[in-house]
Design a protein around this ligand. Sequence first.
Ligand SMILES: [Ca+2]
Ligand SMILES: [Ca+2]
Ligand SMILES: [Ca+2]
Length: 278
Amino acid sequence: MRSLCCGSLAVVLVSTAAAGPIELQIDQTQSTADVELCLTILFTACDTDTTPVAESVTVSLDCPIAPGDISLHDFVFQLAEDVALNLSFGFGDFDSIGYDVEVTYADAGNPLPPVAVSDNAFAFTNVPAQVTGLLAYEATGLVCNAFSSYGYDCIGAIDLITIPLDPLDMDGTITVSGNDVTLTLDTFISAPVDPANPELGTFTIDATMLAGGVSPSLWPGDLTGDDRVDLADHGRFVGCLAGPGPAAIGACQCADLDEDDDVDLEDFAGFQVAFEGP
Ligand SMILES: [Ca+2]
Ligand SMILES: [Ca+2]
Ligand SMILES: [Ca+2]
């Protein structure tokens, strides 16, 4: 897995590859979103459709071989197919197609603070997100009349970017096998069709995704995943220092700089060489 072999000098020589964030590609053959639209016009009618999800999730890991924490940097959840949502009220219909729909991270350049990985599982909370795309529709009969009363044309399109999303919660798991990183991520999005008239209806997106990529290179001595070896890493190193013998476990495996399975003073010598300053 790792190519380091021969003590601290070798450690320093290979410390040129950046770890950095890792972009994981969403496997659209194993990722789906259930989309539901409900409108209330006298009574509530709903319809659902399912589409594969494509695109990517970008995260950083404190220890690429055995993550102890994970930070979310970016994501694009692209609904890979149009969704057809056809509501029948008896006294009229609302037929619609959602297309080019994407849910994306709304704070690009500002990763979320790291969260702990425990038994491969983690939870991101309060994730800023936005939705883009169009819902093209045709309302007929009394549904058209009702829609008109809200200021809408009977045939039109709702630009989804006008709909603000509440921050999202996402549950996930991460597993590392050799150089392969696999992430699962589940999220549920619910928003009003018309934020000014929330009683008109809601749409929801219930997504279950699987993403994969190649593990980033180790940055020897970097135990926080920011490509720097500073006092934050020193604090973590000291927390891992257990002397010769005890096997390094979890994210402490990244503190085993000489790769003899322990974290001892020989590793600390390598850490001191890698140390870049406070
Ligand atoms: Ca660091
Ligand atoms: Ca040792
Ligand atoms: Ca060691």
